[in-house]
Design a protein around this ligand. Structure first.
Ligand code: FES
Length: 81
């Protein structure tokens, strides 16, 4: 089903991004959903919420990998200085 007609974004596109750990703001930036007329925003947010509820592990895994990366590890940065 097409959720965003202006940018031709489907519920499957949104679900795929949620499974990859994206939140609504990230999906909006990546796919352009709800960036033109805005009529799709509530539907897109509902799809994100439904998919997040059914795939919460993806978001946790992404957050963990971000926190463990060197770019975000300030103690490693300070130790190198
Ligand atoms: S339908 Fe999504 S911005 Fe218009």
């Amino acid at each position: 089903m097409i959720v965003c007609v202006c940018n031709r974004v489907s519920d499957r596109d949104i679900a795929r991004h949620v499974r990859a750990g994206y939140g609504f703001d990230d999906i909006q930036l990546e796919l352009g959903v709800a960036t033109q007329c805005g009529r799709c925003e509530s539907c897109a947010r509902d799809v994100v919420a439904q998919c997040s509820a059914s795939h919460p592990v993806a978001a946790i895994q992404l957050a963990s990998s971000i926190l463990e990366s060197r770019a975000w590890n300030s103690s490693a940065h300070l130790a190198a200085a």
